[in-house]
Design a protein around this ligand. Structure first.
Ligand code: SAM
Length: 432
């Protein structure tokens, strides 16, 4: 494989994206290049100095969300692990906004080279000023460049000359699907693809034809829609990768309700999807609350234990999507060890990082099927009070079931226990 050095990259504005006349570069909306449908009007932070993990930077009129810091933490930890095990690290920050990710990849993960790209060339001064904290270097030693291309063009131009990245971070609005093909082609084999989806409507099953178009998955409303969103995103990548002769493996999946944002980190290898047991359908019965998985060859055989007939109208099917573990336990354990080494465990937004990574490790148990049971929903369905998570978890383990908490929602459990047994065990616990 031919690898070109950063000097082959152009940071000139000749290929930069030009705003349409009707777009006012002063308006925050001019930054929404990807999708005119995007609505996020309250999240712009105007020209302020921000500090994230001790790094100072400016946001100007770029799209910046303080709440995405946790997603950036996870990306930086992964980038650093990659550098430790591979020795070098070249990153494309394909939609960099003010450049905070690029800055963190350079300063914290010690990336050898970062291409900070954002289609909006009005952001150039902000990005360049922010990255100036890191010595830029010259020629082959250049550590960063700022470009203003549409993400697809940026990737195509690099792989067409045999220049590949170790990590591509696509922090887009809406769906990432349109970028997948070029991202796979622009990644080194064994490289990392950090994807985003902010389409909560599709994951909630409210736009099944949109999810079908974007991810090849027909998604129906299910009570664990936020986990479905992660699985839909991974499944879309699995499908697109297979088309190109690649195979992807999720290293971690992260849902944040600030947005909402669905993020997954995938490792990309050569190899086709064939008889993959981890790609199929999820069913949910709105009558009894049971969920299950269905493979392609079982599609006509679905039924719910609560119904005599196979064709139960309460049984809904979504997919195809990723059915396997959401995270790789060994990988997330390495992330946790690194977070501890860096003293990152208790700082940050929302759930502390140590707790988040620990729950992700629990969730990686391959015995756990897709979905989770929200305790309050189970209790109201069964007309009972719900026991504490702790009590319920140890009772389920005692009965031989796999169980974990969910990083997505605090009052829920993931388990391979059928709903009827779950309710029986919960009832027992309430009587003890
Ligand atoms: C969610 S923001 C990025 C935020 C940034 N990564 C961060 O962590 O703060 C998405 C960015 O993508 C840029 N953008 C939208 N469509 C693009 C495209 N097709 N190619 C490149 N950049 C694009 C927008 O200008 C915007 O700055």
């Amino acid at each position: 494989m031919l690898t070109l050095t950063p000097k082959t990259l152009s940071s000139s504005s000749s290929s930069s994206f030009t705003l349409h006349k009707s777009q006012n570069p002063k308006s925050p909306n001019s930054s929404r290049l990807q999708s005119s449908k995007w609505r996020f009007s309250t999240n712009f932070v105007k020209s302020e100095i921000q500090i994230e993990r001790g790094l100072e930077f400016e946001t100007g009129e770029t799209f910046f969300r303080h709440e995405s810091a946790r997603g950036r933490d996870l990306g930086v930890l992964s980038a650093s692990l990659y550098k430790r095990s591979n020795g070098s690290l070249r990153i494309l920050d394909a939609m960099c906004g003010c450049g905070i990710r690029s800055l963190r990849y350079l300063a914290e993960a010690e990336a050898d080279f970062v291409m900070a790209n954002d289609a909006n060339d009005a952001y150039r001064r902000i990005i360049t000023d922010n990255l100036s904290k890191i010595e830029r270097g010259t020629g082959d030693e250049r550590r960063w460049v700022v470009t203003h291309q549409l993400a697809n063009k940026a990737m195509i131009e690099r792989y067409m000359v045999g220049d590949f990245f170790d990590l591509i971070d696509i922090d887009s609005f809406g769906s990432d699907s349109a970028f997948l093909r070029d991202a796979f082609n622009a990644l080194r084999l064994g490289g990392l693809l950090y994807l985003t989806c902010t389409d909560g409507y599709s994951s909630g099953g409210h736009r099944p034809y949109n999810s079908l178009a974007a991810y090849g998955a027909f998604i129906r409303p299910m009570p664990f829609g936020n986990e479905i969103g992660l699985r839909m995103l991974i499944g879309g990548a699995v499908r697109e990768a297979a088309l190109l002769g690649y195979h992807v493996k999720p290293l971690f999946s992260y849902y944040s309700y600030h947005g909402p944002v669905f993020r997954v980190l995938l490792r990309v290898h050569r190899g086709k999807l064939h008889e993959d047991r981890n790609y199929g359908f999820v069913t949910f019965c709105h009558l009894c609350g049971n969920s299950d998985t269905v493979r392609w060859d079982e599609l006509g055989l679905m039924g719910c234990p609560c119904s005599d007939t196979k064709a139960s109208p309460s049984l809904k099917v979504s997919g195809p999507m990723w059915l396997g573990p959401l995270h790789d336990a060994t990988y997330v354990t390495e992330m946790l060890d690194l977070a501890k080494e860096w003293g990152w465990v208790s700082e940050g937004i929302g759930m502390d990082l140590e707790k988040l990574l620990s729950i992700m490790i629990e969730e990686s148990d391959p015995r756990l099927p897709p979905g989770y049971t929200i305790m309050d929903q189970m209790a109201s369905r069964a007309k009972m009070n719900s026991p504490s998570l702790k009590k319920m978890m140890s009772a389920l383990v005692k009965e031989g079931y796999a169980v974990s908490r969910s990083h997505i929602i605090s009052n829920a459990l993931k388990t391979d226990c059928p709903m009827s047994d779950f309710v029986r065990i919960a009832n027992n616990e309430m009587q003890n």
